[in-house]
Design a protein. Structure first.
Lengths: 394, 596
């Protein structure tokens, strides 16, 4: 169903945004219910990678009863191989700011925060200028909505929404137990909508053109377009907006260097797809009808035959070993064991069967880790070890 | 209104209140789910993942301690998926743990060891990580030893230090494999704001945090025939020690403890309760003197409210956190230090001993007492007043080492001179006890009548409420206390340093107008002290408190000023409360410290 699909470039996100004032005025004149319905019928799903339906997220927070609510833009873009959010914030910041204010209107929030990745400190001056221009306009149209920037400090885990709240509250950035979920208990214990930068930018498109324009793109379960951060062994690295649902084979045709051995979809926490599976793999959210379909925050790393998959995995595990917050056992100790384990196998200190023990360990991590970080280490580990087992051993 | 919901656990139906966690529901259904980071005293962390359970229909396993039940939920606590995962988690914990159990102080009382034994983890499949890490052991505090190689990162100590004590001496630093529990700027425990209360030790599941033990030093002193070893026992020890030696929680073992101490070879076994009674005489008089100076003389130098000074954890807390309020502290030493100073003066003289040959040992429910005995100012006898402080736990270890069958011991009495006590001295071990004892004596001193409470039981200051308040109106006082006529004496009691902090903040803001406040560092008072048997929980502390009050109720004398040995020491040695000699031996001063 997806294999015949043509790779189609789209140009929504970075298209000019001179009309943000109009989109904002028009949107806030509509009822929250209308806006929520618009989002729901667009079938937009979160672009950070997890793919939670955005309309439902806004709806849940709008139903929560509280005087104080928050809108948070998650700009802690930390997934290895992702670099789209900083481009959005520097090129079309008003789309994001507008979307935040509309969200505030929908759920009843008067304050918004942009949680900006520590390494993106350089974006701050321009972004601040945009915010003050934006707030000036809000005042003109009598919209009570303030946006502030909160600087992160460089921990990967703070991109996890509840760890992000903890970090904003001045605490150690550790994920919370869920439930409760952010829609009822988020930042400062208040109902909070937290969306990825790109998700917010897409809502702008939807509010501007209507749900149908967005819905018409993509395939079932994976509607709309998405930004992809293309890197690795490719002649044309960069950021591309593409329709969802494309086949990985088409993607590699377009971006590969003719010798693509494997593609890592979704960064270190995503899956590695070997060449033999390119044809049967589609890029989009999981659904009943789509066969193998891989969600992604947009990171697409291509590897050609000169790359050692052992080194790739070693690099990812090194990253997780360091970036695990360290609070829960399966993730903290599990990552250390996986890293030390593959090295021991490579050196011959443990036999090849030890890889199976480690695979079982990743199952446990997936089942028991407290947050998405620990749960998703299994993705890259199992997809690399299962497909390139010989490279792990010899 | 909370509504009831129904769930099934391993196929058995249970009805519970909405909002109940799976863990509590399981306990109600008679199903034990193992835990590690969970502690009844603390907020839920859900980070060890040992208590994972399967909810039918959900892909992932969920932490029972952190997940509220939903109507109709089907929970499995022992499915293959759960078993395999849980075993993995215990294996992971062990791989990171310095599992050198035979050389560990907590051998036999370690929750991780218990889990390993339950899951019969006999092999070491995973790579041993502990030896590869550069772990440190901090042994520089006189009270606490922190060994990071034994730490399982459950953060119980951190939550204890924050939630129960409001001290924040322990915190989490770094991330990933480097994540560890440490102090501000990773300084030594002895160099940070730590109050040495030892609550972290009481809540630590493993041997990562233990008391600095002085067992061998005390054995050496006992064996040294040139030394005369005197031992004192704190009020709360007698209601805790039994737990370590086979008795039910809340059993009073006073007589057996005395017998055991004699068998261990101590030359004299006397009672800290005696100096507790003495504290009441000194502190009660100090309070009345302060009241007079403030109410009659309007002396601006004298500060009210007066705060008690028996709890060394509290003392170090106020020195760090409220150094500008040290003048509010009673100048009385703690009963332990009063005893120490008298052991090498009064006792030495009466027994015709050279104080240099006396070794003074105390058995305390407390680790802060170890720090206190080590304070430079505690040398008023001319020698170090208290040489060694042992916790209740260390005493239990000595009794076991000596091969004493504790349960079969015949009760014995304390030795004379500093061994008699009243019920007022005993209740020092419970929160509100010092206040109650002080009121029993002070009221009678002022009015000539007993406190107007049935059976002398001042109920408002008892119980486990964090901050308790009581007002005692003084009517028809004796002539010399006429200025107190009609005065409503406002008292407060706070236990757990987080509550102490609340009271101090309200004083700082000028919202509180108390005359007298009792502060105890540990939850429940000394009976919940950092040196008491592990585990601790609200229920355990409640039982110990009941035992303390039962002990008090059964005493023939229940007011400090009735203690015959107290009357004697004033007659023979000290003269009168606040005399020059008591000032020299029984009173002290405090040191302002910094937070960082």
């Amino acid at each position: 169903m997806t294999t015949n699909y043509q790779l189609r470039r789209v140009d929504f996100i970075f298209k000019n945004e001179n009309d943000w004032e109009e989109v904002l005025s028009k949107s806030i004149s509509r009822t929250p219910q209308e806006l929520i319905n618009e989002l729901i019928s667009s079938e937009l799903k979160g672009r950070g990678g997890a793919g939670f339906p955005t309309g439902l997220k806004w709806k849940l927070s709008s139903e929560a009863v509280d005087d104080i609510k928050y809108v948070i833009c998650n700009a802690d873009e930390g997934e290895p191989g992702t670099f789209k959010d900083r481009e959005i914030l520097s090129r079309v910041p008003f789309k994001v700011l507008t979307a935040m204010a509309v969200c505030g209107h929908v759920i009843g929030a008067k304050e918004g925060y942009i949680y900006l990745r520590g390494e993106y400190f350089f974006l701050q001056p321009e972004l601040k200028k945009a915010i003050s221009e934006f707030e000036y306009f809000c005042k003109e149209i009598n919209l009570d909505f303030k946006i502030r920037i909160f600087m992160g400090s460089g921990a990967y885990i703070c991109g996890e929404e509840t760890a992000l709240f903890e970090s904003m509250e001045g605490k150690r950035g550790e994920p919370r137990n869920k439930p409760p979920y952010p829609s009822s208990y988020g930042y400062m214990g208040k109902p909070t909508v937290i969306n990825n930068v790109e998700t917010l930018a897409h809502t702008f498109t939807i509010f501007k053109y209507g749900a149908k324009r967005f819905y018409d793109l993509g395939v079932q379960y994976s509607r709309g377009s998405k930004l992809f951060s293309v890197s690795g062994d490719t002649p044309k690295p960069g950021i591309y907006e593409l329709e969802l649902g494309m086949s990985l084979a088409d993607f590699v045709d377009e971006f590969g260097d003719g010798d693509t051995k494997a593609v890592q979809v979704g960064g270190a926490s995503g899956f590695l797809v070997p060449r033999k599976r390119f044809g049967e793999t589609a890029i989009g959210f999981q659904g009943k009808l789509t066969g193998i379909s891989l969600p992604t925050g947009g990171s697409m790393m291509l590897f050609n035959s000169s790359r050692s998959m052992f080194n790739v995995l070693d690099n990812y595990l090194e990253f997780f070993r360091e970036e695990s917050c360290g609070q829960c056992t399966p993730c903290r100790v599990g990552c250390q064991q996986l890293l030390k384990g593959i090295k021991a196998v490579k050196r011959g200190e443990k036999n090849a069967h030890y890889l199976d023990k480690l695979l079982r360990l990743t199952e446990t991590m997936q089942l028991t880790a407290k947050c998405g970080l620990g749960q998703s280490v299994a993705n890259s580990f199992s997809s690399i070890v299962e497909n390139f087992r010989e490279e792990m051993i010899y | 209104m909370t509504k009831n919901i129904k769930i099934t656990i391993n196929g058995v139906s249970v009805e519970i209140e909405e909002g109940t966690t799976i863990l509590d529901a399981a306990r109600k259904a008679g199903v034990i789910i193992p835990t590690l980071c969970y502690h009844k005293d603390l907020c839920v962390a859900g980070n060890c993942r040992v208590c994972i359970t399967e909810i039918v229909g959900q892909k992932r396993l969920t932490a029972a301690c952190a997940t509220p039940c939903e109507d109709g939920m089907e929970v499995l606590t022992n499915s293959l998926k759960v078993r395999n995962s849980r075993k993995h988690i215990v294996e992971l914990l062990l791989s990171e743990h310095n599992a050198d159990c035979t050389r560990c102080y907590k051998n036999g009382n370690c929750e991780l060891q218990h889990l390993a034994s339950e899951y019969k983890i006999m092999t070491q499949d995973f790579i041993r990580l502990a030896p590869m890490k550069k772990y440190t052991i901090d042994m520089f505090s006189p009270s606490i030893v922190k060994d990071d190689s034994k730490c399982v990162r459950c953060q119980r100590c951190v939550r204890t230090c924050v939630e129960l004590q409001g001290v924040n001496a322990l915190t989490v630093a770094h991330k990933g494999d480097q994540m560890k529990i440490t102090t501000f700027f990773e300084k030594l425990i002895s160099d940070v704001v730590c109050t040495t209360c030892g609550q972290c030790i009481n809540h630590c599941p493993t041997g990562a945090l233990v008391e600095k033990n002085y067992i061998e030093e005390v054995w050496d002193a006992i064996a040294d025939t040139t030394k005369h070893v005197v031992v004192q026992t704190a009020p709360a020890v007698r209601v805790g020690l039994g737990e370590e030696l086979g008795f039910e929680t809340g059993t009073r073992v006073t007589g057996k403890m005395v017998a055991a101490l004699k068998r261990l070879g101590f030359d004299a076994v006397m009672d800290t309760d005696f100096t507790a009674d003495l504290t009441i005489m000194e502190e009660g008089t100090e309070l009345l003197t302060r009241l007079k100076k403030v109410l009659v003389d309007h002396d601006p130098e004298v500060k009210l409210p007066m705060a008690t000074s028996c709890s060394p954890g509290w003392i170090k807390y106020i020195e760090h956190m409220f150094p500008d309020y040290l003048e509010h502290l009673s100048t009385c030493k703690s009963p332990q230090q009063m005893f120490g100073a008298l052991a090498k003066t009064y006792y030495a003289k009466a027994r015709n001993l050279d104080p240099e040959t006396i070794v003074s040992v105390s058995i305390m429910p407390c680790t802060a007492k170890k720090f206190e005995a080590n304070r430079p100012e505690m040398h008023d006898s001319g020698y170090r007043d208290v040489d060694y402080v042992l916790t209740t736990r260390e005493l239990a270890i000595m009794i076991k080492q000596a091969g004493i069958d504790f349960m079969k011991l015949e009760d014995m009495h304390y030795d004379r001179l500093m061994g008699e006590s009243t019920g007022a001295g005993v209740i020092f071990g419970a929160t509100g006890g010092v206040m109650e004892a002080a009121l029993r004596t002070a009221y009678e001193l002022v009015t000539g009548r007993e406190v107007p409470f049935e059976n002398l039981n001042i109920i408002p200051v008892r119980g486990m409420e964090g901050v308790k308040e009581a007002t005692v109106k003084i009517e028809n006082p004796l002539k010399e206390w006429a200025f107190l006529d009609g005065v409503e004496l406002k008292c407060a009691v706070a236990h757990g340093l987080v509550n102490a902090g609340k009271v101090m903040e309200s004083i700082r803001k000028g919202e509180a107008n108390y005359h007298f406040i009792e502060f105890m560092a540990c939850p429940g008072g000394c009976l919940g002290g950092g040196g008491q048997p592990i585990p601790t929980s609200p229920e355990i502390r409640q039982k110990r408190a009941e035992a303390i009050y039962a002990e008090d109720a059964g005493m023939p004398l229940r007011k400090s000023h009735q203690n015959q040995e107290i009357i004697k020491i004033y007659k023979d040695f000290l003269d009168h409360p606040l005399s020059e000699k008591s000032h020299h031996l029984l009173h002290t001063h405090y040191t302002a410290r910094e937070r960082f």
